[in-house]
Design a protein around this ligand. Structure first.
Ligand SMILES: Cc1cc2nc3c(=O)[nH]c(=O)nc-3n(C[C@H](O)[C@H](O)[C@H](O)COP(=O)(O)O)c2cc1C
Length: 325
């Protein structure tokens, strides 16, 4: 088990933070905490654990995010995650999709603080690693400070010490998951106040923080920052994280070096039967902001993504390097 430093993390993102994306992200930053996509407890318990839980050793510090609403199955799923070697287990209380709502989990659980406390207690009792909660500041009409503070108090009374807060409420009726990540306004003040009034808790802020300098400015008010979409659109920005947020001055890799290592990784996975496009899709934003980025994106999405092989990818990368020289 590796200690999880709260200062910076890349958010759990369905369809993005799979093991290939995390392998790539770890080549860019040694210290940033990485999260899995949300894994639904029932799917894990009924399915092939290897498919949901396998990861490369380099991915630590690594958190498994679970979704569910039954204490017994969440505890079992947490146990499986801990046995696989995850450094922390996180429960999703922020996802607003219709599927999640029907299953009485994700953000809808913010209406049931006592149930969340039971879920947390069952999970934490089942494992030695820390269990944490990722929530919103409210849902629907339950968006007052008192509701949010009471929700956190109830979970904290059950023993939860770390809260990751997406600093906007979710509308469960009427907004799509995508809209729920941008339409409800951000309210960082609720998160700062939570930390001020509960200095003993570890509070990580999430939502709309899309540069490392924005993340660094949060350190006086909260214990850490979680970045989602910006890390997806421009993963290269994470190369500055070790120096800026952790004071680790190790020499930075070049894009060429990182690509070479990721290409070796992809070659090994192809031999195991993983389709190339499942891995190259994580490279689409790799040259964000660099000359030729648009051509790179098009080449990956259209040529390499659809019919390509690794040679085609190497040629595209060589062209980018020529352009940068
Ligand atoms: C494509 C996508 C998938 C997401 N999947 C999850 C998920 O599985 N679990 C979760 O807790 N949040 C999920 N989120 C929400 C993010 O973790 C994060 O809370 C949100 O994007 C706000 O952070 P940002 O403004 O830095 O992107 C997802 C977000 C995106 C864009």
């Amino acid at each position: 088990m590796i200690a999880v430093d709260p200062r910076l993390s890349v958010a759990p993102m369905l369809d993005y933070t799979d093991r290939h994306a995390r392998y790539l992200l770890r080549l860019l930053t040694r210290h940033t905490t990485l999260y899995t996509e949300m894994v639904v407890d029932q799917a894990l318990l009924r399915g092939d654990p290897q498919r949901f839980l396998a990861f490369d050793d380099s991915e630590h510090p690594l958190v498994l995010q679970l979704g569910g609403s039954d204490p017994v199955s969440l505890a079992q799923a947490a146990q499986q995650g801990a046995a696989y070697g995850y450094d922390q287990i996180n429960l999703n209380l922020g996802c607003p999709s219709a599927r999640v709502k029907a299953g009485r989990f994700g953000a809808s659980l913010m209406a049931e603080p006592a149930h969340v406390a039971d879920l947390f207690a069952a999970m934490q009792q089942a494992v030695d690693v820390e269990v944490t909660l990722k929530c919103r500041i409210g849902i629907d009409e339950l968006d007052s400070w008192d509701h949010f503070a009471g929700f956190v108090q109830t979970a904290a009374a059950a023993g939860c010490k770390t809260f990751i807060v997406h600093a906007r409420k979710a509308w469960l009726n009427g907004l799509s998951p995508k809209q729920n990540r941008s339409v409800p306004p951000l309210n960082y003040e609720f998160v700062y106040r939570l930390k001020r009034e509960n200095p003993q808790l570890t509070i990580i802020i999430n939502g709309g923080l899309d540069t490392l300098s924005a993340a660094a400015t949060q350190s006086e008010k909260v214990d850490g920052v979680m970045i989602g979409r910006a890390a997806y659109h421009d993963p290269w920005m994470l190369t500055a994280a070790d120096r800026l947020l952790y004071g680790d001055d190790h020499p930075l890799p070049t894009r060429k070096e990182v690509l070479e290592q990721y290409i070796d990784y992809m070659a090994a996975r192809i031999d195991e039967g993983v389709p190339l496009r499942m891995m190259t899709r994580h490279l689409i934003g790799f040259y964000q902001g660099a000359p030729g980025a648009k051509r790179w994106r098009r080449c990956l999405a259209e040529e390499v993504g659809r019919h390509g092989d690794l040679d085609m990818l190497c040629q595209a990368a060589a062209q980018m390097e020529l352009q940068a020289a």
